[in-house]
Each structure stands twice: as structure tokens, then as C-alpha cells.
Ligand binder design. Structure first.
Ligand code: SF4
Length: 403
């Protein structure tokens, strides 16, 4: 990973974020692509269990915690964010305590999930609603859409209005449309800045790669709808533009550019980053980092545009639309191939299970590779075998490349 000065600020931003969660009694839990803006407009501090799952994976504590959830009856084959997070709760310990010096996960006043990403979040979040005897609200948009119709969005708007009524009951506050508009505007500004940050990697050599992106994305996940996220991405963008100006590459002597589909392997970020660097290969873009670009936010129509923004995301689309989005990104970033991470415990974020890599290779003449692994459970990742596959794939691209 390249040295990025803004990472230092990121650490203090995350520390302050968790400190506020620790101190504030009005907490809502939300899925990572759930309607955080509505919650913020009521004054909730918003906590994201998936962010905790990523921390468990990155700190290599997930596997220990997964065992606690398995003993409670959860299958080791279901989402390892879910099992590691629930396991951590059952074990009454979390790296949040040592990383951010806080008591632990914050107690929720409200739990909200959106099944736009998967149904697993429903089971996961209901576990906590039961544990904390806490109100819970689900948003269920139509799934895997080709086209998105007005009727589809009206369904989601209807559900979001129900969520608003629940927020009013819990906080005793009336819905404030002007405040909601301000927050949607902040989310919109931050998401476009995040997009510009990612697009700096269109430049050759790329100033950041996927491995930087998955660290730098934390504020767009947990702090969208705040000035903090917006200011952070403006500062980061300025820094990356300067890197481009100075011809600073994330991967020195970059030769090959590859697109990454699927989840990060949180426990192997450093190892894999080094492998790609040694092979002079940049992972220039990913479906994962692009998943937090919500280009439909429009403060003029705050509820409708929020419903559309969160329904339109990549993971919630048909294979036809996903394929088109992948091809567009490959072209835009000048990627010479796609690596699909077949994430064993996340069916929803794996696009390698129904022949898509083969179809893209045959129909569009783009080299593809599938590696098997997991987001948090590194027992499902065969490191030596996967690295050999990656290096062979890079060699093959290099042999056929015209520079
Ligand atoms: S999308 Fe995958 S990783 Fe994320 S919560 Fe759902 S099953 Fe877990």
C-alpha cells in the first residue's frame, strides 16, 4: 500500500466516530447500504455492524469469534460478518475496545436493515433486536432488477415513510424535511468526491489501488451525511491529484491493471497487496469500492432519491445490468482482466457462481480468473495455491499485452 498522508487523519476521524458512539445515548444500527440519512436527520449516531465485521476480519480475530456463533447454532457457511460479529458479542469482547478505547459495541435504540444487499442482514439484525429488546425496521426493496420502475421506488418510499414514523415515536421529534435535505446533500457531495477519489486510478500509473480503497472507504460507509466525510474526501482527492502531478505510483513500475470483483479478503490485505506490487500489477478498480457511489441522491426529492439510490446499487441488480456495469468499469479504468473473488460465505457479493467469468471471457475477450476465499474466515482461503493462480494470470496477460 502506498503512503497516503490522509490515512493519519482517517485514524483520528474513526477514533472520534467511535468515541461519539460510546458517549451518545441515541444510537441507531444500520446496514452499510441502509438509509443512514433518515436516521441522522433525527439526531441518531449511526453504528454499522458490517464495519465491525470488517475490523474483526482485518484484525484476524474473526475466526475465534466465528466459533462462538457456530456453537450457538449458526452455520460456518453463512456470512462471516454475521457469525464473527455475533460471536464477538457472545464472547463479550471486541477489538474496538483496544483500537478505539471504548467500552464496546454501542447499545441500540433502533435497528434498521435494508435487504437490498442480502437477506442475511435480516437474521443478523434480528438476533440483536431480540438481545437488546429493541425496535427493528426492515426495508425490503424489489431485488435483482433489470430496470427500476416508478412502482418499485414507490414501494421503497412507502417503507421509508414507515421508518420515519418509527423514528418520530422513538425520538419524540417530528420529521424535519429541511434537515433531511441537508443530510442528503452532504451524502451526495461525499459520494461524488469518493467517486472522484476512485477515478484518480484511471490515471496510469494509478496513485491508489483497491488495497488503499478498502481502508479509505470507511468514512463513506460510516459517516456519509456528515461534513466530516465530505471534508475528508476533498482533502484526499487533493492529495491524490498532487500524487498524479508528482508521478507517484501506488505500484512502482506499474505494468498490468486489473479489476477486482467481490469482497476483500480482510485478513490478507497486506499479503495480497505485496503480491500484486511484486508483480507490478495495480488493482485499479473494484465493484466493492464502487458500491458506495450513490449517484441518485437529490436533495430536491430527498425521500424518493434516497429510495432510488439504495435500490439501484450493483449488488441489487440483474446479471444483465451487472455485466454492463463491469464492462463499463473495465473500459473506463483500462483494466486488462478481472479477478473474481468467489467469497465462500457471501453468496450475494460473489459473481463467479453462475458462469459470469466464463461468459465475459468468451463474449468480450476479457481475461478472467476466479479465486476462492472469504471476507473474514481465512480458513477458506488457500494462500499458496491462490497466489500461484494470480501470478500465472498476470503472466498470461503480460504475454498478450500490447503496451
Ligand atoms: S452482503 Fe454478504 S457479507 Fe454483506 S452482510 Fe450480506 S451476506 Fe454478509
Amino acid at each position: 500500500m502506498v503512503e497516503i498522508k490522509s490515512v493519519k487523519d482517517l485514524k483520528s476521524i474513526m477514533k472520534n466516530y467511535f468515541k461519539k458512539l460510546d458517549e451518545n445515548p441515541l444510537i441507531a444500527w444500520c446496514t452499510s447500504v441502509g438509509p443512514a440519512e433518515i436516521l441522522r436527520s433525527f439526531g441518531f449516531e449511526v453504528y454499522f455492524p458490517e464495519n465491525h465485521g470488517a475490523l474483526l476480519g482485518a484484525s484476524k480475530t474473526a475466526e475465534t469469534y466465528i466459533n462462538y456463533a457456530v456453537k450457538k447454532g449458526y452455520s460456518p457457511h453463512v456470512c462471516s460478518y454475521t457469525t464473527s460479529d455475533i460471536g464477538s458479542y457472545l464472547a463479550a469482547s471486541t477489538p474496538l475496545q483496544s483500537h478505539y478505547e471504548i467500552k464496546g459495541i454501542p447499545r441500540p435504540s433502533l435497528i434498521v436493515y435494508n435487504t437490498n444487499q442480502c437477506r442475511e442482514v435480516q437474521d443478523w439484525f434480528n438476533f440483536y433486536a431480540e438481545e437488546f429488546k429493541c425496535p427493528i425496521v426492515g426495508i425490503y426493496p424489489p431485488r435483482h432488477l433489470d430496470e427500476i420502475t416508478k412502482d418499485d421506488i414507490n414501494q421503497v418510499v412507502f417503507q421509508m415513510k414507515k421508518l420515519i414514523r418509527t423514528c418520530e415515536n422513538i425520538t419524540g421529534k417530528k420529521y424535519d424535511n429541511d434537515r433531511f435535505k441537508e443530510i442528503v446533500k452532504l451524502s451526495k457531495d461525499a459520494t461524488f468526491l469518493w467517486q472522484e477519489v476512485l477515478k484518480t486510478a484511471i490515471h496510469r500509473p494509478a496513485p491508489i489501488t483497491f488495497f488503499d480503497g478498502v481502508i479509505l472507504m470507511a468514512p463513506i460507509v460510516v459517516l456519509r451525511g456528515t461534513e466530516i466525510a465530505k471534508d475528508f474526501y476533498q482533502q484526499l482527492l487533493n492529495e491524490l491529484k498532487q500524487k498524479i502531478h508528482n508521478k507517484e505510483a501506488a505500484v512502482p513500475y506499474e505494468k498490468i491493471r486489473i479489476f477486482w470483483d467481490g469482497m476483500p479478503l480482510w485478513g490478507k490485505l497486506r499479503k495480497l497487496s505485496d503480491v500484486f506490487k511484486e508483480n507490478k500489477t495495480s488493482l485499479v478498480a473494484s465493484t466493492y469500492c464502487n458500491s458506495w457511489i450513490f449517484d441518485e441522491f437529490d436533495e430536491k426529492y430527498p425521500i424518493e432519491s434516497t429510495a432510488l439510490a439504495y435500490t439501484k446499487i450493483f449488488i441489487n441488480r440483474s446479471e444483465k445490468i451487472k455485466t454492463q456495469m463491469l464492462l463499463n468499469w473495465v473500459k473506463e479504468y483500462n483494466a486488462q482482466g478481472i479477478i473474481f473473488h468467489d467469497t465462500k460465505t457471501c453468496f450475494n457479493n460473489s459473481n463467479a457462481k453462475f458462469g459470469l467469468p466464463q461468459r465475459i471471457k468468451e463474449q468480450h475477450n476479457i481475461p478472467t480468473l476466479v479465486i476462492e476465499g472469504d471476507l473474514c474466515d481465512m480458513r477458506l482461503f488457500s494462500e499458496d495455491q491462490s497466489i500461484t493462480k494470480i501470478e500465472t494470470f498476470i503472466e498470461q496477460i503480460e504475454e498478450h499485452a500490447t503496451f
